[in-house]
Design a protein around this ligand. Sequence first.
Ligand code: BG6
Length: 509
Amino acid sequence: MEPTVKIGPTVIVIFGAGGDLTWRKLMPAIYNLYLDNWIPEHFAVLGVAHNDMTDNEFRKHINEGVDKFSRRGKSKKDDWKSFEKYITYKKGDFGDTTTYKTVKKQIDQFEKSWGTPVNRVFYMAVPPSFFEEIATMIGKNGLSENKKFSRIIVEKPFGHDLESAKHLNNLLHGLFDESQIYRLDHYLGKETVQNILAFRFANAMFEPIWNRNYIDHVQITVSEQLGVELRGNYYETAGALRDMIQNHLLQLMCLIAMEAPVSFDADEVRNKKVDVLNALRKFKPEDVHKTAVRGQYQDGWIEGKKVIGYRQEPDVDRSSNIETFAAVKFYIDNWRWQGVPFYVRTGKRLNETISVITIQFRPVPHHSFPVETTENWQPNRLILNIQPYMGIRLRFQAKQPGLKMLLNPVDMLFNYSDAYSGGTPEAYETLLLDIFRGDATLFMRADQVEAAWTILMPVIDAWKANSSPNFPNYDAGSQGPEDAEALIARDGHNWIVVPLEKNDHEPTK
Ligand code: BG6
């Protein structure tokens, strides 16, 4: 594949180079960008962490990660040999000025030998407790001065609540321009998520009906079979609302609900998204129990395997009140969406791993067909499958073949793997490439992050103030707590999950 946008000479400095994110995601993504010819001739990865490692030991460690996690599988020897020369490692303490002086010296050397200014990308692949320290040290040591060429990447979670997010934004704004700050939400780099914009704004036929006149409600489900794994320490400070809804699910909702951008300029797209967050109806503290549901998994069975409950997981308090499931009903108070509920839910240790958005249309205004012909009648639905299957399903009514007039729902499918051949880039490939190019469209702006926290604060506060009396309240391997069914059933709906399998042309139940 030939790159269409040329990337200038670039050095990416990864703080936390010995960690999981670097190993599983960042380096496999950079390696795939290299294989796809996106990496410029002058390029370097500088890993920084406290571990004692030589360049070669670090390269070997990274190679193992690439072999294990790259979408292309095990690396070819020759490819890896020509790639690994880009990688070097520096042992350093994040709180020590010497670390940053060494990094600066190294970048200056690259600049000198390449004879051209280089993009400096500082990636904080570290737990959030280090963000402040590293950002401050980068700023203090003159590494952020070049506004055009320096970029800092902040992984989620961005803050722990509204106040801490504001604090972090203020701190970053004291050191960097907003244009230098890339707040990363990896969902925005997923192919299917980017496709929501293409689907909505590159087609004429959906936009006229994309509003309260035709859409009954919207559902967004991100369900995971995985538990908290070894992230108990982090998860005990987060929970499903902070970990998933504040960022990934609200961003999906913005893409579904936003107005058409005038252009794909980064600020234009982000303005339209933040408009959605600002239009979300504020939760009254006394109503939180009616609009938000929380759950925590107990032991159960997933695909024939017994799994432990959340409170038994490593580093989790045995009487923890942290939610591993959250469902929330939102309203968007604007002309387009007035009165249309958006139901979102996410949870760990659920029965399946699937991310799906369902747009349910209003029923037809008048049934012309006799009742007996329409027993299986279902409203039109548009189902956007984000993962693991990637595709779009449009459900409508059809006449069953036969001498009688009988109607039933059928599906029209668009399946990525049928329509396109070739590999699909991982979210981190897309996002890293955008960072190298200096395109912030898929990254969170300060006001977006703060607006997302603002809307959730009443729920966070209410849940903090009142421990859930019935935790744990759902079995691992189930669909979540019963309260989540009740949340949507009260409005006469139910949660719809329709996996889109490859070559699945059967109508779903
Ligand atoms: C992360 C969350 O942001 O997203 C994890 O911290 C979650 O808890 C993960 O498992 C889900 O991402 P994906 O890409 O696997 O859907």
